[in-house]
Design a protein around this ligand. Structure first.
Ligand SMILES: Cc1cc2nc3c(=O)[nH]c(=O)nc-3n(C[C@H](O)[C@H](O)[C@H](O)COP(=O)(O)O)c2cc1C
Length: 286
């Protein structure tokens, strides 16, 4: 049963092991019933990307609460070097879907949000104050803005899932970062890091929790070690194959899928020129 501890933590002796089993398909902790747990953890571990949305509109105010959640993410030095474009024009969505390789869910989602790494606001502020912006030219500033945008996006995704909505990131906007910047009229020193399609999950299309690498493949204690990696990868492949069989997907193991995504320039789907595009968008990477 659920129990609120004095610290305000929500414990559910049954929810933790079930959620961990689903995520890993193998035991994680020796005594899972004793794990600390919360409603937030249930939402986080229950994540699955949703790409099929029903036509039922979202509740009024959804954009505003998701933005509040996104803005509640930590921000490097609280500079808040990101912006959000909510794409509402169907024609614009269709163009973005085309750039993203025909991802229809960009058009059918209740909300399509574009998270923008945005150093332009600081640039304008500096101009107003008559100050220089040398620091903005450096890779560190690019990274700060990109991280701010990414953390904000992840907060929005989790917030959406906590409301029972489904979502999927659209990294494929970076297939042509220059075209996206042009379409959304992004100012210099900004670029679209990632899109997020959000909607009510279409009940007829099942989605499920996708297994992740067993924890020993990710967790290093004190120092990095590759000991046991072969075994971890074999387990990851077995779990991925079981998941894919359940989903009616082909029998490609995880190790092969990961390599397919990265082994050749062609698999970057146009993103091999990203650095050059970003330079033209005002990120000199000094
Ligand atoms: C930065 C980023 C970009 C992504 N871009 C896309 C995308 O363009 N299209 C898509 O269908 N899924 C995209 N995804 C979703 C991943 O494919 C998905 O998270 C991954 O397969 C794990 O599945 P899960 O989210 O259901 O656990 C993206 C995920 C991330 C983190």
């Amino acid at each position: 049963m659920n129990e609120i501890t004095p610290a305000g933590r929500f414990r559910d002796a049954e929810a933790a092991p079930a959620a961990l089993d689903k995520r890993y398909r193998e035991p994680v902790a020796s005594s899972p019933a004793a794990l600390p747990w919360s409603e937030t953890l249930s939402v986080l571990l229950g994540h699955r990307s949703v790409r099929a949305f029903s036509a039922e509109p979202l509740a009024e105010g959804t954009l505003e609460v998701l933005l509040a959640a996104a803005q509640s993410a930590p921000s490097s030095s609280n500079v808040q070097a990101w912006s959000l474009v909510s794409v509402e024009d169907p024609a614009l969505r269709a163009k973005l879907a085309q750039i993203a390789g025909g991802q229809k869910h960009i058009e059918t989602a209740g909300l399509f949000l574009v998270f923008v790494a945005d150093l332009s606001r600081v640039q304008r502020l500096a101009e107003r104050e008559g100050l220089t912006t040398e620091g903005l030219d450096y890779t560190e500033s690019f990274l700060i803005a990109s991280l701010d945008a990414a953390f904000a996006a992840q907060n929005a995704l989790t917030a959406a899932e906590s409301l029972g909505l489904g979502a999927v990131y659209i990294g494929a906007l970076r297939n042509d970062a220059a075209a996206v910047a042009h379409l959304l009229k992004l100012p210099p020193r900004s670029y679209a890091v990632v899109g997020l399609a959000i909607g009510r999950p279409e009940p007829a299309v099942a989605s499920d929790v996708k297994p992740r690498l067993p924890q020993p493949g990710i967790l290093h204690r004190d120092v990095y070690s590759t000991a046991g990696e072969e075994d971890v990868l074999a387990r990851a492949d077995a779990h991925a194959l079981a998941f894919r069989a359940e989903q009616g997907l082909d029998a490609t193991p995880w190790t092969r899928l990961a390599l397919q995504r990265l082994h050749a320039v062609a698999s970057l789907k146009g993103r091999h020129i990203l650095r050059r595009q970003l330079e033209t968008l005002g990120f000199p990477f000094k």
